[in-house]
Write a protein that binds this ligand. Sequence first.
Ligand SMILES: NC(=O)c1ccc[n+]([C@@H]2O[C@H](COP(=O)([O-])OP(=O)(O)OC[C@H]3O[C@@H](n4cnc5c(N)ncnc54)[C@H](OP(=O)(O)O)[C@@H]3O)[C@@H](O)[C@H]2O)c1
Length: 263
Amino acid sequence: MMLKDKVAVIYGAGGAIGGAVARAFAGEGAKVFLTGRLRAPVDAVAEDIVSGGGSAEAATIDALDEQAVGRHLQYVIDRAGRVDISFNAAGIPNAKIVGVPLAELDAEQFSQPITTYTTSYFLTARLAARRMVPNKSGVIMTVTALHSRTGLPLAGGYGPAMAAKEALTRDLSAELAPQGIRVVGLRPHGMPETSTMREICDLKAKATGMTWEQFQGYLANMTHPRRVMTLAEMANVAAFMASDKASGMTGTTVNLTMGSLDD
Ligand SMILES: NC(=O)c1ccc[n+]([C@@H]2O[C@H](COP(=O)([O-])OP(=O)(O)OC[C@H]3O[C@@H](n4cnc5c(N)ncnc54)[C@H](OP(=O)(O)O)[C@@H]3O)[C@@H](O)[C@H]2O)c1
């Protein structure tokens, strides 16, 4: 098992990506500490993992609340001895971001995803780094989207937010890798099995004129294999990147767009 006895904290663990990553980490032997703002979805993932023989604990934590994140990390260290992996999968509702042309967008709505995504990634990464540095070991991870590297319409401040997170991954690595901590991101293509993509389709439907079926076909046809990536495939890559088998990987965001975005 690639993550045997590793201790992982996941933010946004009740969501599609956070939940899939939590299951994959636990399946590879990690002890996972799952957090989110709403308790019920986090509990559901934890119960699923435990009923499958894995180790998981749920907690209600807002990834923007510095004190709460710090207290929880101390709890994890008291319980499990250390923290090896921090994965920030927090995602804010797209209804607050997507669907308005930039020419009509007000500045507050534009800056909201930039502030929220970068601050939650910064806080969770910084607080994890402080606990990893004494061990000279750890992996800090997050997730972005192809908007970081290509122009797409009606996404508001989401593209700049994703680009900023990828820049932060590089900068964190430049400072932390000399101290034994790797910092890596994943950039998956849109995965229609998540409610996030259905929400985006609905928010853009008026402008694109696409039905849900057409939108899924559009996503699939952007990729080389003409199909979308599954959550399980994405999470398997995350588990590998979190493991010591990826010890040579840091300061980068892995392109999981299956050919739809050139490096
Ligand atoms: N889905 C895709 O196909 C896809 C593809 C590429 C990139 N992405 C990106 O990946 C990220 C996650 O996507 P997803 O589909 O997994 O979204 P999701 O299902 O909506 O999950 C996001 C989770 O983040 C939690 N969250 C939000 N704000 C938080 C905060 N301040 N502190 C702690 N947890 C918080 C939410 O929990 P609460 O409800 O409790 O707030 C929710 O469970 C997003 O940035 C998304 O844009 C998604």
